[in-house]
Ligand binder design. Structure first.
Ligand code: AMP
Ligand code: MG
Length: 269
């Protein structure tokens, strides 16, 4: 299970080297992919149960990507067949007035996982160096300060027991066109469509530049970025599952030891 090739190395990374239509996580057979996904999900949830029981470590999975890149679908997939205890999803929207009165990391920090939790951020504090930068709401100097602040913030979380995994769902502009059109054509999906999505789409090049810079400046040993080729949903789900499973396995989780005074208890009638 090599996820290394998707990891962002800040010294060599260039977004254009990564193919959005890479399908190399797939086996070639639809059925065997479905079986593999279900096997991975099972192991994820066995380990997540231990994470929850042990209340020692926590995991924060950050998911970023353009509109229709599959952020919601990823969350749904990762949680399919899961036990809701110890799991939480947080979606970051345009900041409220209250949130804007605080520093940009405040609303992220209050939702960070506590010990035993697996939290998924659907968008995150990275919006504050992406959309905010693309629209010129912060200048270059402020953007650099924010990269530094994000690195410091994520270091603080990891030093306090949180494993951070960051995934950029990488789709092509052509794939986004297909998916946005699908949203408009399918009334059960249209609620996700927003006219603003088209304005953001026009800024595609600027977004790719902002993503590339954000990834390079914030992919660290303790909180690495992974670029997930996402034109294929199956490829995306397989890779995300493998990345999450690698993190869970790495924690060497154990159920808490049985207290000695419990060992001789027999429940009476
Ligand atoms: P969605 O994820 O489609 O529900 O849309 C949420 C919208 O909120 C996206 O357009 C985000 O770019 C936007 N958003 C999230 N965080 C911020 C932020 N910190 N500043 C400005 N816009 C944001
Ligand atoms: Mg949207």
């Amino acid at each position: 299970m090599s996820i290394e090739k998707y990891r962002v190395n800040p010294k060599t990374f260039s977004l254009k080297d990564i193919k959005t239509n890479d399908r190399s996580e797939r086996s070639g057979g639809r059925e065997s992919d479905a079986e593999e996904l279900s096997r991975l999900s099972k192991e994820i949830f066995q380990l997540q149960d231990v994470l929850h029981a042990q209340t020692r470590h926590s995991i924060l999975m950050i998911i970023q990507g353009m509109d229709a890149s599959g952020k919601d679908g990823t969350v749904r997939h990762v949680f399919s067949g899961s036990d809701p205890f110890g799991i939480r999803v947080v979606s970051f929207k345009v900041p409220t007035r209250e949130e804007l009165l605080h520093d940009f990391l405040w609303r992220s920090h209050i939702h960070a996982p506590k010990a035993g939790e697996l939290v998924i951020f659907n968008r995150s504090h990275y919006e504050d160096v992406l959309i905010v930068k693309v629209h010129g709401l912060i200048d270059e100097a402020e953007c650099r300060r924010r990269y530094n602040q994000i690195r410091d913030y994520e270091r603080i979380l990891t030093e306090n027991g949180t494993t951070i995994i960051k995934c950029f769902l990488h789709i092509s502009k052509e794939e986004q066109k297909i998916r946005l059109q699908e949203r408009l054509n399918d009334p059960t999906k249209t609620w996700k469509f927003n006219l603003q999505d088209l304005k953001e789409r026009e800024l595609w090049k600027d977004y790719m530049e902002a993503y590339e810079r954000a990834l390079i400046n914030t992919s660290t040993d303790y909180a690495p970025w992974y670029v997930v080729p996402s034109d294929s949903r199956t490829n995306r789900n397989l890779l995300i599952s493998r990345i999450l499973l690698t993190a869970l396995r790495g924690l060497k989780l154990n159920y808490p030891p049985v207290p000695s005074e419990y060992k001789n208890i027999t429940i009476k009638d």
